[in-house]
Write a protein that binds this ligand. Structure first.
Ligand SMILES: [Zn+2]
Length: 307
């Protein structure tokens, strides 16, 4: 069979706590449909990538592999931390294993970092310097791109913005074991804590989707739902304000499932009230246009650059 020789066709793989997504990427665009499967445990994750590789390698010439994964990733492409939601994944030498097997350049990057890089290259904030991306989901992640390069940090924890402190009152326990991180307030879990606070009798029956619907309705309970939504926006704005003072970002991009519920106009207004007066007019916040494929595309773009 004649193979399609797309210039720099890269296999992109996004490994999340619940699912794995694979696709071929060429020139920053998907060259095949995205194949998704439930995440297995530990190194079996790599079997999923291998199966996809074997399938597409019959038709395409693949010149590199880009892996976007939950958890912290070392410079050697090893999973070094924060993978509680993928049992057995920590410690896996992803880059070494795949490079040996396929004799191809392999790049392994934290998923939020990879997504931030995709936003910088092909997304809502092309060329922004610095670019700050915040992922709002069950947890909170993020990525920072300065002068076109990801801020990975000295200990691979650069961009782990979910764990900046929002308070010192020890009110909310965070998934990291400490108190009062941004994630404990503004993630899906934080939102749930707010619902519990304002609806102490009914919170078990209210999903986040119900809550946002209720906040927009004329139902007599909606005053409490509106307060939840306002408080939630306030926490995100506080987090952005802290990060603003560190990075002074040209553009801020919101991604992740919960970002769909953000009222951008309201969030910008709140954030502008919190930052230094001289920065009030410099708050630029937009939502991601790449959605769920950002990590996969970003990892493929990074791998493409290493060729
Ligand atoms: Zn934390």
């Amino acid at each position: 069979m004649k193979k399609t020789n797309l210039k720099k066709t890269i296999m992109g793989v996004d490994i999340g706590g619940t699912k794995i997504a694979c696709a071929l990427v060429s020139g920053g665009r998907l060259a095949t449909p995205v194949f998704t499967i439930q995440t297995p445990r530990g190194e079996k994750i790599l079997n999923v990538a291998e199966k996809f590789y074997e399938k597409v390698a019959k038709k395409y010439l693949i010149s590199g592999i880009g892996i976007s994964t939950a958890g912290m990733v070392s410079d050697e492409g090893r999973i070094v931390g924060s993978t509680g939601n993928i049992p057995g994944w920590q410690g896996t030498k992803v880059k070494e294993i795949l490079q040996k097997k396929y004799k191809l350049p392999v790049v392994v990057e934290n998923d939020a970092n990879a997504a931030a890089y995709a936003e910088y290259q092909i997304g809502s904030a092309r060329g922004a310097n610095p670019l700050l991306m915040i992922t709002l989901g069950t947890g909170i992640g993020g990525g920072v791109v300065v002068n076109g390069k990801l801020v990975r940090g000295a200990h691979f924890a650069g961009g782990e913005i979910g764990h900046i402190k929002l308070s010192y009152t020890k009110q909310r326990l965070c998934t990291c074991g400490r108190y009062d991180c941004l994630e404990a307030y503004a993630s899906g879990n934080g939102l749930y804590a707010l619902i519990k606070h304002y609806f102490p009798d009914k919170y078990k029956k209210i999903t986040t989707k119900d809550l946002f619907k209720l906040a927009k309705s004329k139902n007599k309970n909606n005053i409490f739902a509106v307060r939840v939504v306002e408080d939630w926006h306030f926490y995100i704005a506080e987090g952005i304000c802290n990060l603003f003072q560190v990075f002074d970002p040209e553009k801020i991009i919101l991604s992740g499932g919960l970002s769909e519920q953000v009222d951008l106009k309201y969030l910008k207004k709140q954030t502008a009230q919190l930052v230094l007066p001289a920065l009030k007019k410099s708050v630029y916040i937009e939502k991601s246009v790449l959605g769920n494929n950002a990590g996969l595309l970003g990892a493929a773009l990074l791998a493409g650059q290493s060729l």
